[in-house]
Design a protein around this ligand. Sequence first.
Ligand code: MSP
Length: 533
Amino acid sequence: MSNQNHSFALTTPLYYVNDVPHIGSAYTTIVADAMARYQRLRGNSVLFITGTDEHGQKIQRTAAQRGIPPQEHCDQIITSFTQLWQKLNIQYDRFSRTTSKSHHQIVIEFFQRVWDQGDIYQDQQKGWYCVACEEFKEERELIDDHYCAIHTNKQAEWRDELNYFFRLSKYQQQLEAFYESQPEFIQPESRRNEVLNFVKQGLQDFSISRLNVDWGFPLPTDPQQTIYVWFDALLGYVTALLEPDDEPTLANALAHWWPINLHLIGKDILRFHAIYWPAMLLSVGLPLPKRVFGHGFLTKDGQKMGKSLGNTLDPFALVDRYNSDAIRYYFLKEIELGKDGDFNETRFINVVNADLANDLGNLLNRTLGMFNKYVHPGGEICLTGAIVAEDNPLKLLGLDLSQQVFARYEVLSFNFGCELILNLVRASNKYIDDTAPWRLYKEGQQGKVEEVLYCVLESIRLSAYLFSPIVPNLSNAIYKQLGFFLDFNDKTLLNQLIDSHAHTQWGTLKVNTNLSKPQPVFSRLELPHPESI
Ligand code: MSP
């Protein structure tokens, strides 16, 4: 399973700072972190970008309601994002803020290049604007009384003002040719079809400036206006590519990591990433990103959870009550990326306990316990080089498991990847029950006892390795008990390991590995008592 080293740059959306992060923002970031960890595990150089989108009317209004200057508001809110990412064990490399000085320089330079192409002109903008989406809506996209279909408690507002427009229509054919030649650009397939249908209806130019919004960068050619928050925010991905000491120029930003390999986003912002963004890049003659993946929504009672709707779960409370691995696991294993998924706390607890505490954690505990008893009673536990039969069921399952799981992770199919690993874990439990090592021991079949226990421990090791992008702390705990000093939270460790490839293979656990005494690796989750909530 050779893997040439590549570089891989990926992004989450830059989150609006109208409020502290909610579980929906955490969802995108957890998925991106799993992908970044998977890419690192394969030995690739990774640049994982996240950050915040801080301009525009929505933020301006929120700050005004709080009675503080918008910059102060943004500075306060972003700390809750960085804290949450730390609690969820998110290992990002860059945090891009759209109010940074370097970003301002990048936006000015980019705007000028689009302007020089003749792709910006002035016209009257009339239409319904949803401030929560920061987007003009067609009448048909709104529900009764001009309420937004996504933010069903927010009414779109009528606008009629002189703005600057970007000539999106000019790029219709180039975009269509691009989608045709790069079918994997928009994923999943259903989202790609949505975009293709939308584009087929004919693209219309869109306004990239605002007249009565002060909180934004002034338009270089007309400082009465500010740059539209989305034109500004998408460029935050470019600014993030600058090295800390770089002069903030486009040439510097684009020197190493461009084009970005993956923009991970929610389905509500697909149009911006799959249509507007590539058109802006075509205008200045830049290569286009490789992939945009639009995932589904986390819902509560069938409705999108959102800050504007006020029906969110507090991710801080959740991670404090349980633990980061549990939350990461639930979102990645239980929800098919691309589909909507409901979060239900009881189901969350049941799934995590069944898979991680029982099937995996107890299995390790039980098997190490048996090792202690049947192989090295009372002493240091060592593997003694069990001979494994060619047709051992766990070996057969384990042999090409990494290849299969990696193929799923590659396409962000984390739930299928997890299911494949769980097959091995469940087969290991069944194998113990079927072979009954306690009986084999009594019958004096020592070689067979060792084979059974070796095969189970090795299957647990491989499972922990393959689960590491999802539940890195649990993988660490398991590896430690199996006598390895490998820290899955160390971003550089796997690149330094000479034999990192060996870990992908079933059969890596060697004779005379020092195993630890069994200790629980994952504590069962409990629903809190009603009075403590
Ligand atoms: N600021 C823009 C993105 C600019 S990127 C250059 C934005 N921010 S957001 O904070 O409103 O949303 C960020 C992401 O969170 C989006 O991908 C959105 O789909 C996602 N989610 C917001 N609510 C969500 C759920 N309830 N479920 C899943 N993801 C959700 O849009």
